[in-house]
Design a protein. Sequence first.
Length: 131
Amino acid sequence: MGDCIAEAHDAHAAIRSYDKALTLYPDYVEAFVRKGKALAGLNEITASLSALNQAVAIAPTDFTARFTLGQVLEKFAYYEEALDAYRQADGLNPQSRTLLKRLIALCEELDEEDEANLYRIRLRKLREQTG
């Protein structure tokens, strides 16, 4: 339900829906992730990061939770922290092209050109493998 509300561009209603879901299922990682995204859309950085960090605490090996945490950190210009979250997500899903593109862009932003080149090589290899 929260997803439908979010798609209708009512972030506050979506957040209330995610909160209801979390009352019923306090370990529902996806609800924490989506709540974090909705809060980030409202520029509520502290609440957003709190929700996303809860998702990561519940499910440390959840790729989406770590990737979304990186996206939110990057959005709010916490670049070093975002890079760390992306690196952790990369350890969980090294085949994600979207993640590799974010890693490249963020490494370039932080003048980490050697690391960016490593991600470029990996992305090129993935493209060659899958066409």
